[in-house]
Design a protein around this ligand. Structure first.
Ligand SMILES: [Zn+2]
Length: 234
């Protein structure tokens, strides 16, 4: 599975206070381009684009939502990941913040997670967790853990086997006039599922396995510059 024509990582500013913007973040100028383009394939065989190209599907044959590729256009949305850059960072184990190589040790790849609120987590959480969040490098993990306001209770985890599990997106059903109709809610779809022909993906999903919790203090040891308080990631 490969993703073509991905913009190389480059530093971007959020426009105000010159905040660094995560590489995988979506920008307001990057619109989803599916309206009028989606159709039902001949014979009702599933969802497709009227002018579909091989790049519209991943290596498992799942259709992906089209999205403009214009990082730096408009305003950054720190809570949303661009579908293509999210998939690119996941598949290539790149840091979702800087676009460089994510941190990997004998304990595995580094991920920054939000500890769940509410009921007590299982003893082995996050073993088996399904996630759309790409990995991070050490400096960016430390930066984000300190400054990202929507990570109220961040937890650093290493996964020896972050397994490609499937996709996140939405199901469609065949409507009148050959127009597919979206179901109201988003879903997770495992690769190989028989309903895949009616699914439109927007994020790649991995399963975090062979997990160990990482020591947050250890992330700073080889991270020059991360402690600059004037710099905020989110
Ligand atoms: Zn990074």
């Amino acid at each position: 599975m490969s993703v073509h024509s991905v913009t190389p990582p480059r530093p971007l500013s959020g426009g105000t206070n010159r905040l660094p913007v995560p590489y995988a973040a979506a920008w307001s100028g990057e619109r989803v381009r599916i309206r009028g383009a989606l159709t039902v394939r001949p014979g009702g065989a599933g969802l497709g684009y009227r002018d579909e190209t091989p790049e519209d599907r991943d290596g498992q044959g799942v259709l992906w939502a089209r999205m403009d590729r214009a990082p730096g256009s408009g305003r950054p949305d720190f809570r949303a990941l661009h579908s293509i850059r999210q998939r690119h960072t996941m598949l290539n184990k790149l840091c979702q913040v800087c676009g460089g190589q994510a941190s990997r040790t004998s304990q595995g790849w580094l991920f920054l997670l939000q500890r769940p609120a509410g009921p007590p987590e299982s003893a082995d959480w996050p073993e088996g967790l399904l996630s759309t969040k790409p990995p991070v490098c050490r400096p960016c993990a430390a930066l984000a853990a300190r400054h990202c306001p929507h990570l109220a209770d961040p937890l650093l985890v290493r996964s020896r086997k972050p397994r490609t599990w499937g996709v996140f997106g939405g199901f469609f059903t065949p409507g009148g006039n050959g127009k597919p109709v979206p179901r109201p809610s988003d879903d997770y779809l495992p690769y190989g599922h028989p309903a895949a022909p009616w699914f439109l993906a927007s994020q790649l999903v991995i399963e975090l396995t062979r997990c160990t919790r990482a020591d947050a203090s250890g992330t700073a040891s080889d991270a020059p510059g991360w402690h600059d308080r004037s710099t905020r990631v989110h």
